[in-house]
Design a protein. Structure first.
Length: 340
């Protein structure tokens, strides 16, 4: 199959640079507070965080009417950027991580697609075909949303943009997360000190610096494997953050997020996430990858997406959002994945 399906059932029960991960956990975690007896103070704190982070964009041209996350299926694009002061960047930087999440209200499920940052795609804001990470530099979140819509032929309703200054603090505030290290890793730390992080192969608990090294390394594989590791980190963060023992850590998580997020989601709309994190069966999170191959064009490296994988991924996401064209026109491969 050209799309990889992995369903994770997650049971309920300070600031440095060069952070290459995103925080899908932020809206899921924050809105989950509404179902907690510990939520009163934290809810107000979360509301302040999201109010300060609110930055609206024009609605998707692929929607004929406004949608409501409390009532409709919807999508969110998570944009990870590295815009630290140390890099002295001016204007929008290139995105370092892109993930599209679609939410189905009836299934109470989430599909999470990693989009390799070097994917060779058409960028409407630039009017050229180039790396997808150039879209954010060309026009910020809106240009990136338009590019993903062009690529996948689905509406991108919302975005959450995070820089990576908070990542280490978030993991550390949860007292680490558990990951399965595929091979021995020697990586730079957040100060770019060579070989400062050393991880042995195997299942283990890692702190923020170690989680960052695990998520960003690609010395022995590629951006595809790195995307899979980032998905594993995300799953581990959500599992740890939604466990009962982590309730008292939410204040630290909020402080770690701080000014490092912008979104076009209003806090009142975020209540739509509660049903996805409080279901009795746990979070139904399916991770998807886009297959392709390395390519060099005019001396520049790109990731050339596989046409069949891309077509099947489009159908899968369209079906998950209950969009008309996909409902009666799914390929056998996509249907079999949905039925598994």
């Amino acid at each position: 199959m050209s799309t990889t399906r992995r369903v994770y059932k997650i049971k309920k029960t300070k600031k440095k640079r060069r952070k290459r991960l995103w925080l899908l956990l932020v809206p899921l975690l924050v809105l989950g507070l509404g179902a907690s007896t510990y939520a009163a103070t934290l809810y107000m704190k979360a509301q302040n965080v999201f109010n300060d982070s609110y930055d609206p964009v024009e609605a998707s041209a692929k929607r004929s009417a406004a949608i409501d996350p409390l009532e409709d299926n919807f999508s969110i694009l998570f944009i990870g950027i590295d815009d630290s002061k140390d890099r002295d960047l001016k204007g929008n930087s290139r995105s370092d991580a892109l993930m599209l999440a679609t939410f189905n209200k009836d299934q109470k499920s989430i599909k999470l697609l990693s989009i390799p940052r070097d994917s060779y795609v058409y960028v409407p804001a630039k009017g050229v075909t180039t790396k997808i990470n150039a879209a954010h530099a060309a026009g910020g979140p809106k240009a990136t949303m338009d590019t993903v819509e062009e690529l996948l032929d689905v509406p991108v309703d919302y975005y959450v943009r995070m820089n990576f200054n908070a990542f280490i603090d978030v993991v550390d505030s949860l007292n680490g997360i558990e990951v399965d290290v595929p091979y021995e890793i020697n990586e730079i730390d957040s100060h770019d000190k060579k070989n400062a992080i050393h991880l042995e192969e195997g299942l283990q608990t890692v702190d923020g610096e170690e989680a960052l090294a695990f998520a960003r390394t690609r010395k022995k594989d590629s951006d595809i494997q790195r995307g899979e590791r980032q998905q594993e980190v995300l799953k581990a963060i959500i599992a740890k953050a939604t466990s009962a023992g982590s309730l008292t850590k939410y204040t630290d998580v909020m402080e770690a997020v701080g000014d490092n997020m912008t979104t076009n989601l209003k806090f009142s709309q975020m209540r739509g996430f509660i049903k996805y994190v409080t279901t009795d069966k746990g979070i139904n999170l399916e991770t998807i990858k886009l297959e392709g191959q390395d390519s060099t064009i005019n001396g520049t490296y790109y990731y050339q997406l596989n046409d069949t994988s891309l077509a099947n991924t489009k159908l899968l996401l369209q079906s998950h959002l209950n969009l008309g064209p996909a409902e009666g026109n799914q390929t056998e491969a996509v249907q079999s994945q949905i039925q598994e």
